[in-house]
Design a protein around this ligand. Structure first.
Ligand SMILES: [Zn+2]
Length: 122
């Protein structure tokens, strides 16, 4: 389960940021994170891991909000951009362009793993 390892990394980054700004860990209230669909992270598992890791690190009031960024591809042929959605039946994406038929997609979104904000109480 790689979410636990990621959670530990996030907590390390948050802790470093708090230390840099000289903010006590207990004042941390919320951390917002964006995770791309391509990262194959289960948001609930990541959230669970973050809660455990944050409590262990002394961040007792922290909440974690995880936003998923959609997979976005741009056609290498005509430049058409779209958000890919997995079909309802769970079939794989068709990567060929619906407009020009080129099968040369470039991934432009969905690989994000970013800490968007760190909120602290006054
Ligand atoms: Zn195209």
């Amino acid at each position: 389960m790689h979410e636990m390892g990621l959670a530990a990394n996030v907590i390390d980054m948050v802790r470093a940021e708090l230390e840099k700004r000289n903010i006590d860990k207990s004042r941390l209230t919320a951390v917002k994170i964006t995770v791309g669909k391509m990262m194959q992270i289960v948001p609930d598992s990541l959230k669970f891991g973050l809660e455990i890791a944050s409590r262990a690190a002394g961040m007792h009031n922290a909440e974690f909000v995880i936003k998923e960024a959609p997979l976005k591809v741009k056609c290498g042929g005509c430049g058409r951009e779209e958000c890919m959605q997995r079909g309802a039946g769970g079939e794989d994406f068709s990567m060929a362009c619906k407009k020009c038929g080129a099968n040369n997609p470039q991934i432009t979104g969905g690989r994000e793993f970013t800490i968007d904000s760190i909120d602290v109480a006054d």
